[in-house]
Design a protein. Sequence first.
Length: 470
Amino acid sequence: MFLQGYWLYNTYRLSGQQFEKEVSDVVRRLEYGYAVADIERLGLFTDSMGRRDTARLTRIVDLLLSGPQPAPLHDTDTLRGSRRLITDSQMKIAIFDERTTTFRKPVRDTLNFRIDTRNSYTKEEFTRLSHSVQSGIDSLLHRAGIGSAYAFTLSNINGAKATYFPDEDTFKRLSGKTSWDAKMGVERPYRMTLAVGNGIVYILRNMAWVLLSSIAIVGMTAWAYLMMLRTIFQQKRLSDVKTDFINNMTHEFKTPIATVSLAVEALQHFDVMKKPEQAREYLDICRNELNRISVMVERVLKMAAFEKLDFTLTLQKTDIGKLLADIVENMRPQWEQRNATITVQSSGSVVAKIDRTHLANVIYNLIDNSLKYADRVPEIEISYRPIGVDRLRLTVCDNGIGIPTAYQSQVFDNFFRVPTGNIHNAKGFGLGLSYVATVVKKHHGQISLDSAVGKGSTFTIDLPINGPQN
């Protein structure tokens, strides 16, 4: 970006110099055109029969000029005809002596005429001349592609009388930067001073492709840089999630493994086998804990398939009210252990075409989270109602600890859990809500979360009543 800035600065500076060169060329063309027009008006470019004598014109111009010539003006220009132009230095050396306001002797003798010694113009004369000068300036600036504001003054060569300002305020405003002087005419010369505003439009037009390409390069660089930062932060977040997942998985598996180890040790060393009832109890403990581990491993493995949406739904018409009542009843031991209350509200019977097993697991997960993440006696409210003629809305609301706003957009990601440092009061892998979101998406539904820290969370699920449509 520094190199691009340096490149643009140099390009801008060069374009500014080009602008000044173009304005200088305009002034020189105006000056040269008036000088040559004066010489032609004296009849020096025609022969004795009044015909245009190219050979004579060439001899006179060659006498006045030496060295290379600028490009000629065209007939469409304001000034008359096609002219060979005279350079500034050559004009001063070959034609005119500013100190005496007369032609130099070799030129005067060749041209055989005398300069008008009336050196001072009146204001009225300058007013008449200004229209012609302005027309010439307009034409030449337009041909050079310069659309900047300008102003000029006309004054006598010898400094007599006041300077004429067609627009004095504009001239004073523009002349503070740069102005150009020109000697207008040869027979009766006067001075024209031109001030042109900054050529920002001209410069930007000349820099158009450079500027656009530079903006594109800087934009691409900035985009790549931001994408790199985004990737780095994503990788860091994934690393944190992975670490948190491993910590939680370690805690989650450690408890059942320790329980099974203790039960096996008791069976081996404390004569438990001689007590059938107690042995059966220990074996039941081992079986339940191993089933628990199996369920957790199965859940982790299934998430890989859920990530690819590599599972199919078994759709069947289901009474939503009966499904919710069965779920609440099946979970009674869990929520009664926490002295929780669960209420189910509805606005009427609703039958929807859903995958009963997967949707039941969704509700199980939401209720389980409400029980786990509660710092007081849990209060859970489940409601359902139809929306329009083809949508079903399920809502699970609790009074738990809530989810900070910063993490609400990430709770449906795989393995994500709200950071709690090294404290793991609530066990889990961060797979429950990811599973919930996957099942809802598979049903062509939407799930949303509304939560506030310390006030609880509300999960809202919208599903098509007639099942997902291909």
